[in-house]
Design a protein around this ligand. Structure first.
Ligand code: HEC
Length: 463
């Protein structure tokens, strides 16, 4: 809550991050798994009588790989940094400071990775066979190293483990409970995407002497390890989730979630269905490799993207309302600070570094308090829209709801004074087209409070 707020209409800032991230995640997994495929296919081609022709396909694969992973990967990768620091400056700052060495290692690995890829690709005709194989192998090792590093930071956000805001134990946060299952899942998924990319390129090959068939079978094999092991690994990962989250997901799965967060379960199911389709598709092409066409290969790629969407969204939603689980709320409010009544009851805008300097109880007061305190999770009428969620609010009921909003289970505690609550309640009324001033709401609340305490006293004297 310290910085100017990025108020994205309809989608909300978090959704912008999510959209960029989902595209990036598929690319980044491809960037690693594809390296393994290049390496193994290099070795494989050496053992085949028509190895030269296999390498022609491999060169096409490498071209697709290079353009897709470096151009789109770099664009979306930078896009993630750009959007997260706007959506959650506080969270981004924590991740940078906490893992500064991990980031440094990560960026060195990226640089080496890209260098190796360019040496491999542009040395295609010049380099010796041994050098090409070595470059591909080394590329994969370095690229996987970058997963090893980033995986610690990503899983930390959902399962910080033994790390706390007091001990700031980097090793405990990095090698957190979710680290290992997530590393294994991502490694298998990388191979899967690499195989799908291979199919996409192979689909356009001319049918000649069984070459296309062998390549299709080779590629579709890369999908299977993930297919066999993902259900078990996902269960393991699920077991590492905070119990609260796991409970919400299970409730969604059985329909007990009351229609709230079950959307998270929906995404998890989407990931499962996508996985099943991928297995069936690749099995089909293994048995009947000739059946593979561009449309089929594209379809598998799209299904994989939907699977990523499901898996990553479920993971993101599992973290709500936190950016760093149990530590930092999505609206940049620290949990340990919010726990102190003395902190919680200060005038809200005075706590923000970006003080919009508004006159108390004016419409601007309510709008700014909403933007800074609510808009990181709620849009007006789009994603998790505030308008549909407050249909039944009266100025007074909204004022009261805010005081105890964290008792709803998911939303964070409210920070601010009665004036802040009146201002937000008035702002929300204005979103419904009703004009009720904050000062009016405050007066009504005070009158209501007096009535209640009078009522209480009367009851006490009654026998
Ligand atoms: C950190 C994220 C986050 C912040 C910040 C946040 N909320 Fe929410 N809020 C949620 C989630 C998650 C839910 C429950 C799921 C849903 O309704 O989509 C929710 C639910 C609600 C609901 C519906 C409650 C119900 O009983 O149906 C209202 C109203 C609401 N929030 C208002 C606000 C207001 C006003 C603010 C700012 C003072 C705010 N929220 C700040 C995450 C947040």
């Amino acid at each position: 809550m310290n910085y100017p707020v990025w108020d994205v209409p309809f989608l909300g800032a978090g959704m912008v991050v999510a959209i960029i991230a989902i595209i990036h995640v598929l690319i980044s997994h491809f960037a690693i798994g594809g390296g393994a495929l290049l390496f193994v296919a290099e070795l494989w081609s050496d053992r085949q009588p028509d190895g030269e022709r296999i390498r022609e396909w491999l060169h096409k694969y490498a071209t697709f790989f290079l353009v897709y992973t470096t151009v789109f990967g770099a664009m979306t990768g930078v896009g993630i940094w750009f959007s997260i620091q706007l959506a959650s400056p506080e969270g981004t700052s924590l991740l940078i400071h906490q893992f500064v060495f991990a980031w440094a290692i990560e960026w060195v690995l990226f640089l080496v990775e890209l260098t190796l890829l360019y040496l491999y690709y542009y040395g295609w005709r010049k380099n010796s066979r041994r050098l090409q194989v070595a470059l591909a192998g080394l590329y994969f090792v370095i690229a996987w190293g970058s997963l090893f590093v980033i995986n610690g930071i990503l899983t930390f956000m959902l399962t910080p483990g033994g790390w706390t805001i007091e001990n700031r134990d980097m090793a405990a946060g990095f090698f957190n409970p979710g680290y290992l299952p997530s590393l294994l899942i991502r490694t298998l998924v990388m191979f899967l995407v690499a195989g799908l990319g291979g199919l996409l390129v192979a689909a356009r090959l001319e049918e000649e002497g069984g070459l296309k068939e062998r390549i299709v079978v080779f590629c579709s094999r890369w999908v299977l390890p993930a297919a066999l092991l993902l259900p078990g690994l996902s269960y393991w990962y699920w077991k590492t989730l905070p119990s609260n989250t796991a409970r919400l997901m299970a409730a969604g799965a059985t329909g007990l979630g009351g229609g709230r967060l079950e959307v998270m379960t929906l995404f998890a199911v989407a990931a499962g269905v996508a996985g099943t389709l991928l297995v069936l598709g690749s099995l089909l092409y293994q048995v009947r490799p000739r059946a593979l066409g561009v449309a089929g290969a594209m379809a598998l790629f799209v299904v994989a993207q939907i699977g990523f969407l499901g898996g990553e969204f479920a993971r993101e939603l599992a973290r709500k309302p936190y950016v760093i689980y149990d530590t930092l709320y999505s609206n940049s409010l620290w949990k340990h600070k919010a726990a102190e009544a003395g902190y919680r009851q200060q005038p809200y805008l005075s706590l923000t570094r970006w003080d919009p300097d508004v006159v108390p109880l004016t419409p601007q007061h309510g709008e700014w308090a909403f933007r800074l305190q609510c808009a990181s999770c709620h849009t007006r009428s789009g994603y998790r829209g505030i308008i549909p969620r407050t249909e039944s609010w009266t100025p007074l009921s909204g004022f009261k709801w805010l005081e105890t909003m964290d008792q709803q289970g998911v939303p964070p505690p409210f920070v601010g004074t009665a004036e802040d609550r009146a201002a937000i309640s008035s702002y929300i009324q204005s979103l419904h087209g009703k004009n009720v001033g904050a000062a009016e709401i405050l007066a009504e609340a005070q009158a209501d409070g007096r009535r209640r305490s009078d009522g209480g006293e009367t009851r006490e004297v009654m026998p």
